[in-house]
Design a protein around this ligand. Structure first.
Ligand SMILES: *[C@@H]1O[C@H](CO)[C@@H](O)[C@H](O)[C@H]1NC(C)=O
Ligand SMILES: *[C@@H]1O[C@H](CO)[C@@H](O)[C@H](O)[C@H]1NC(C)=O
Ligand SMILES: *[C@@H]1O[C@H](CO)[C@@H](O)[C@H](O)[C@H]1NC(C)=O
Ligand SMILES: *[C@@H]1O[C@H](CO)[C@@H](O)[C@H](O)[C@H]1NC(C)=O
Ligand SMILES: *[C@@H]1O[C@H](CO)[C@@H](O)[C@H](O)[C@H]1NC(C)=O
Ligand SMILES: *[C@@H]1O[C@H](CO)[C@@H](O)[C@H](O)[C@H]1NC(C)=O
Ligand SMILES: *[C@@H]1O[C@H](CO)[C@@H](O)[C@H](O)[C@H]1NC(C)=O
Ligand SMILES: *[C@@H]1O[C@H](CO)[C@@H](O)[C@H](O)[C@H]1NC(C)=O
Ligand SMILES: *[C@@H]1O[C@H](CO)[C@@H](O)[C@H](O)[C@H]1NC(C)=O
Ligand SMILES: *[C@@H]1O[C@H](CO)[C@@H](O)[C@H](O)[C@H]1NC(C)=O
Ligand SMILES: *[C@@H]1O[C@H](CO)[C@@H](O)[C@H](O)[C@H]1NC(C)=O
Ligand SMILES: *[C@@H]1O[C@H](CO)[C@@H](O)[C@H](O)[C@H]1NC(C)=O
Length: 724
């Protein structure tokens, strides 16, 4: 009996053991199958990572798979980040019911986020960012009530943020949905996510307002909703969240004033970025209480009043951008904010460009941090001199003071700013010589000095500026030769503008060494002699303006080698001869001006075949013979022919005489005069702004048209992305 009992006990025990093993085995089989299901969805695996997912290995040992210690054979984490995996994310993952972490970021998965993920009740971490996923955010994710991290940024999702997420995910710390093409509003239910530390919704198409409810996120550290279409105001409650370190609402359509108590609770705030909105009013003084601020980014709003001198306690401040507002200054007191910045020994970037700052530029600007890299103060109307002490700012990369009323000379000490890459002093009232110490600034890639009263010559030391790409000296009182031994050394030049000065002598043949030159603007000087054929060595020239000089001789036919030429202006000289047949190469020509010379011969037929030619001025020359009838010649407003009394033919609306064997004098001239005069002046006006058009097309322009950056500068930490 006892044996029977013992045996049946044993049997029972055995059966229990067996069924446990089977259950275990069944789970193991399920998880293994689920993983293979996932592998099936992967269609590209450039580094062969999933090759190890085979029968040689136990699946818990497969790359990127982690199993539980407690529950043997149960997969708890998949981590396959940054492996170039493509294909779709198989819903079979949802069968891994012990899974708490899915990390598939930085791959190339496309397809949708499987709604089946909603059944992963243990899931704490889901990172699918930086893939190419489509479709919507499945509302079922609201069922993953253990979720702490949900990171779906940088995908091609659409649809809106599911309201339900706010109802259940009370453990969620990170909700990162930036750059996912989401539409709709920010649901106010997000305010229920009481554990939320980071809310990143940047660069979507979100509309609507920033709800007051978000003020309930009492643990929030990062609030990032830049680059959407949000409107309304920033709710003041947001500034009551004392844990917050980073606020960016930049580039939306928000408006209103900042509350006067703004900074009082923001004792941890380091970044405050609200640029590119319609905020107005003043900067509240209370912002001084946010003394950990490192970045203050307010550009492109409608702020006004004076800039308060509140920065003295912000020892960590490294970037202050107030450009494109309506800040004012009239006297020294209004400029005292500059003094308050003297304590900010980490300050690297300061921009007050495009404001309404007048008065006198304080000399204390030279006492800013030695770390200063970028100083933008252009487009204001302050006066004063460039302080000699500016030489203290030895780390400066960019110094931009253009479009003000500065007087006096450029201090010789500027030669100490050896890190300088861009110097903008154009459109002021500066006088004296261009300091020869400028040649010490060998990293310079752009120099803007145009529109001042500089005199003297181009300093010979400038030949050391091997990186110089832009040299703009136009509209000054510079004189002397166009020194070939200097200019010919500036091999990196792509923009050379010496227009409207008093340069004399011939164009040096060395100009042919400037093989990167795209703009050569010498108009409005007293240059003489013949146009050197060596210019044709500047093979990428697109814009050549020699208008208003004293050039003689014929147009060198070698100019025809400049196949990319778009704008050519040789008018108001004393050139003779005909239009060289080599001009037939200028297939991209947009404007051609040859007026007011002694040119003769016929108008070449090839001009009528130029696709892009929209303006042709041949007036006041001696062209004769029959006019072509196609292309630019069909548009009487694109054509100025006045003062060539021997032209004939052409379209009837040009009112030229019919071509006869022998040329008769015609009285039509006066008629053409009437039509053409206003057109000429229109195009002259246009030609002033075409300098600007060049810049727009050829370059990257920041906030205001003349702000012009060479690619060399792009590595700079810059204000440009107001978005982050
Ligand atoms: C399994 O993967 C390993 C490593 O990639 C490989 O060496 C082995 O040959 C594979 N086994 C099978 C059966 O494919
Ligand atoms: C998994 O790998 C570890 C070490 O790489 C090894 O010790 C273990 O035996 C492997 N387990 C199985 C079941 O293959
Ligand atoms: C995934 O693996 C990488 C590299 O081993 C590691 O740095 C990262 O922390 C892991 N992520 C998760 C969520 O476990
Ligand atoms: C999940 O597992 C069940 C049962 O093994 C199976 O029927 C189902 O097809 C699996 N689901 C997916 C998406 O693979
Ligand atoms: C989510 O939970 C609800 C209610 O608990 C249930 O009806 C629904 O089927 C679940 N969805 C998923 C995908 O698990
Ligand atoms: C998700 O992955 C991205 C890219 O690997 C990483 O930058 C980010 O920190 C991860 N998210 C979380 C919440 O860890
Ligand atoms: C989302 O995109 C898909 C195609 O990718 C489209 O069929 C669907 O209508 C879009 N949904 C929304 C809400 O825009
Ligand atoms: C979530 O927030 C909404 C709106 O703020 C509120 O009406 C709702 O009761 C909240 N739900 C939960 C579950 O807290
Ligand atoms: C901010 O908090 C204070 C008290 O901590 C409260 O008096 C004030 O009303 C709050 N402001 C807003 C806009 O909620
Ligand atoms: C700084 O904050 C304190 C406390 O909230 C406040 O009393 C003080 O007026 C604030 N300072 C300024 C300059 O607003
Ligand atoms: C600079 O900092 C010191 C020490 O924190 C402080 O006493 C002083 O008032 C500050 N200066 C300005 C101009 O705010
Ligand atoms: C410029 O360099 C020359 C030669 O290296 C030096 O003598 C001169 O002092 C420098 N000028 C300035 C302003 O640094």
């Amino acid at each position: 009996m006892s044996t029977v009992m013992g045996f049946s006990h044993l049997l029972f025990f055995y059966l229990v053991l067996c069924s446990m093993a089977i259950t275990l085995l069944a789970h193991e089989t399920d998880d293994r199958l689920a993983l293979l299901g996932f592998k099936n969805g992967v269609t590209s695996d450039p580094s062969g990572t999933l090759d190890s997912w085979n029968d040689t290995f136990y699946f818990c040992n497969w790359t990127g798979v982690s199993c539980s210690h407690k529950h043997k054979g149960r997969v708890i984490a998949i981590n396959l980040s940054m492996l170039g995996l493509g294909g779709f994310i198989s819903p079979s993952i949802a069968n891994l019911s012990f899974l708490n972490s899915i990390e598939l970021s930085l791959n190339e998965f496309s397809g949708e986020i499987p709604p089946e993920f909603g059944s992963l009740h243990r899931l704490q971490y889901l990172n699918l960012s930086f893939n190419a996923l489509h479709g919507i955010i499945p509302v079922s994710l609201a069922n993953c009530s253990q979720l702490r991290f949900l990171h779906l940024s940088s995908n091609q999702l659409n649809g809106s943020i599911p309201v339900a997420l706010g109802g259940t995910l009370d453990k969620l710390k990170v909700l990162a949905l930036s750059k996912t093409s989401l539409t709709g509003v920010i649901p106010s239910s997000i305010g229920n996510l009481s554990s939320l530390v980071q809310l990143s919704l940047m660069s979507n198409n979100l509309q609507g307002i920033i709800s007051e409810e978000l003020g309930r996120l009492s643990n929030l550290v990062r609030f990032q909703v830049a680059d959407n279409s949000l409107h309304g105001t920033i709710p003041s409650v947001l500034f009551n969240i004392s844990s917050i370190e980073y606020i960016s609402v930049a580039v939306n359509q928000l408006h209103g004033r900042l509350p006067s108590s703004l900074g009082n609770k923001l004792s941890k705030l380091t970044s405050f970025r609200i640029g590119g909105n319609k905020f107005n009013g003043i900067i509240p003084v209370s912002l001084s209480n946010a003394s950990l601020l490192e970045m203050i980014d307010f550009p492109n709003n409608q702020f006004s009043g004076t800039v308060p001198p509140i920065f003295g306690g912000m020892h960590g401040l490294y970037s202050l951008n107030l450009e494109m507002n309506q800040f004012q200054a009239n006297d020294a007191r209004d400029w005292s904010f500059i003094d308050s910045l003297m304590n900010c020994s980490n300050l690297q970037l300061l921009s007050i460009s495009v404001n309404d700052l007048g008065g006198v530029l304080p000399l204390s600007v030279a006492n800013l941090s030695k770390e200063m890299m970028v100083l933008y103060m252009d487009y204001n109307h302050f006066s004063g001199i460039i302080p000699h002490g500016i030489a203290n700012l030895i780390s400066l990369n960019i110094l931009q003071l253009s479009d003000n009323q500065l007087t006096g000379q450029v201090p010789e000490h500027i030669g100490k700013l050896t890190m300088l890459q861009s110097l903008g002093l154009d459109d002021n009232k500066l006088t004296g010589y261009i300091p020869s110490s400028i040649g010490n600034l060998t990293l310079l890639s752009s120099i803007f000095l145009s529109g001042n009263r500089f005199e003297g010559t181009i300093p010979p030391t400038m030949k050391a500026l091997k990186r110089l790409a832009i040299l703009s000296l136009s509209s000054n009182r510079l004189s002397g030769r166009m020194a070939g031994e200097i200019l010919g050394q500036l091999f990196s030049l792509f923009f050379l503008d010496l227009a409207n000065n008093s340069f004399s002598g011939t164009i040096p043949t060395e100009i042919g060494s400037l093989i990167n030159l795209q703009y050569l603007l010498l108009n409005g000087n007293g240059l003489t002699g013949e146009i050197p054929g060596t210019i044709s060595a500047c093979a990428v020239l697109e814009n050549l303006d020699f208008q208003g000089n004293l050039f003689i001789g014929s147009i060198p036919s070698s100019l025809g080698k400049l196949k990319g030429l778009k704008n050519l202006d040789l008018s108001d000289n004393s050139l003779s001869g005909g239009i060289p047949s080599s001009f037939g190469n200028f297939k991209f020509l947009e404007t051609l001006r040859l007026s007011n010379n002694n040119l003769s011969g016929s108008v070449p037929k090839f001009l009528q075949d130029f696709k892009y030619l929209y303006f042709l001025d041949l007036s006041y020359n001696h062209f004769h013979g029959e006019l072509p009838v196609k292309g630019v010649f069909t548009n009487s407003s694109a054509l100025v022919l006045i003062g060539n009394i021997e032209l004939c033919g052409g379209l009837p609306q040009l009112h030229l005489p019919v071509c006869l064997k022998s040329h008769h004098k015609t009285s039509r001239g006066s008629l053409i005069l009437k039509i053409v005069i206003p057109i000429v002046s229109f195009y002259r006006a246009f030609s002033c702004s075409y300098y600007f058009l060049f810049l727009v097309s050829a370059t990257r322009i920041k906030n205001k048209n003349k702000r012009f950056h060479h690619p060399c500068l792009f590595h700079m930490k810059s204000f440009e992305s107001h978005i982050q």
